[in-house]
Design a protein around this ligand. Sequence first.
Ligand code: DAH
Length: 348
Amino acid sequence: MSLDDLKPLEDNLLAQVTAAEDERTLDEVRVAALGKKGVISERMKSLGKMSPDERKEAGPILNSLKARVADAITARKETLENEALNARLAEETVDVTLPPAPLAKGRKHPITQVFEEVEAIFADMGFETREGPDIEDDFHNFTALNFPPGHPAREIHDTFFFEEKENGERMVLRTHTSPVQVRTMMNEKPPIRIIAPGRTFRCDSDQTHTPMFHQVEGLVIDKGTHMGHLKGTLEAFIKAFFEADELKTRFRPHFFPFTEPSAEMDVGYERVDGGLKIGTGDKWMEILGCGMVHPNVLKNCGLDPDEYQGFAFGMGVDRLAMLKYGIPDLRDFFAADTRWLEHYGFAG
Ligand code: DAH
């Protein structure tokens, strides 16, 4: 056997290698030539049947043929891989001049916004923020606040009760933020100047009431605190909140068990072009309850009413948000509708 005998076979195999346009076809060529039953492998097997002299001549010839075909396949494979990579790179180029896809950004709920505004205004006046639990016991929600057991005033809050415990006690979803007054007075020494924002709950649902709503409580306890401090503080707050220098307000006598005297604070308003204008006009809108802390409450919290006095107030945050930002329906606050939030929400 000479190299010339194998020339047509070699040419044929190399031509197949060059003609292979993808890696799969190339691999088929490799198997047909070098695989177990491939043409070159078959030739190698025939070496065993040759005489030692013949084998000495044919062995190197076959081996070099095998090596050349294998090299050609490896080289072709590399070429095909490079071509594939280049094609992908060309296809997947990034246009860095394109504007970025818009990022969906969350909006701040108006209630959160108003909580933050109220906290900031009172912080400027030296008030700190305190929080209490949503689930309260009867003592903090009622008894300590001068609603004695069986007192009819308890009925004004449509309370959500938990199941009675073995000792007869029933926990409640707090009906107001006033229990945070009790917790603060029992845990801290006067002078006290705090607000307590939070969730409150009453079993009530219609156009202007939702079972969950929001309040901010306020409490000041010191020596010599009087109603002038109460009026001045709340008027300053309302002006800052509604961003008005002149704003009509009035205090109207009212009843709360935990304050004496008690009042509700109204702001003047008028209707302009179908909307509400706050601060002017001859109509009145109630915005918060307030009063001087009842001596019984001070005593219940371990303070001596002859030494300390104080004032307290509580306001509905949902109502404040509706008035300030012209939000017509209370229930939308709780609908979790992102389109509504897109419109009424605030940039974070
Ligand atoms: N807790 C009262 C309510 O939810 C609001 C209130 C009125 C709070 C007068 C006060 C206050 O601290 O002094 O209806």
